[in-house]
Design a protein around this ligand. Sequence first.
Ligand code: MD3
Ligand code: FE
Length: 219
Amino acid sequence: MTYIHGAMQNLFDTDGETEALAPGAVLQRGRALAVAAPLVATLERIAAEAPFRRMTTPGGFEMSVAMTNCGTVGWVTDRAGYRYDPCDPVRGLPWPPMPDVFATLAHDAAREAGFADFEPDACLINCYTPGTRLSLHQDKDERDFAQPVVSVSLGLPAVFQFGGNKRSDRPRRVALHHGDVVVWGGPARLAFHGVLALKDGEHPLAGRRRFNLTLRKAL
Ligand code: MD3
Ligand code: FE
């Protein structure tokens, strides 16, 4: 452990369930398992209202991952650029509200990783089907990089890759499984990261899909 956010870090480092992936990146294996069924049911309800859609990058490419959002603002991309928008452009309506089960999990996981008082106002929900991938990128559309991002993996497993703060830093690979939570803060907050093409499989709660929640404080 080379980067210490607070007293909790040391405590959770020794419990065998928490692993420092990199300075500032804390993997909490199985942290969301106790609420996985309500998380999946809730995200399905959100997607029934604000459907998953494949967005277009500013360069004109259709993303492989299908996305939707909940919260005060949602992350969107189109020919005009990347941004957080209070309005779902597909429906011309606000995004569904942030459910308590999302906000509470993110708040508690962030606290355990050393980030007090994390109150997410945006949750990007990614849906992967077999073959779906997410190329290396940074998350930098949020206002305050002192705020962490909390990611929650649900459904089929994926190989996640993350590097340093430069695209040229060679990425490391780590498998993320159903129920895993990662808190990305401090020096890891602007790390390049992505997801390799999803392998086919069947998951009891998610079928042939992987979901990823990323909870953010965008504003
Ligand atoms: C590192 N999602 O939505 S989660 C994304 O599995 C995104 O769907 C991936 O990258 C997914 O932007 C990866 C892990 C993750 C999420 C956010 C990060 C890693 C991060 C923000 C900063 C640094
Ligand atoms: Fe990302």
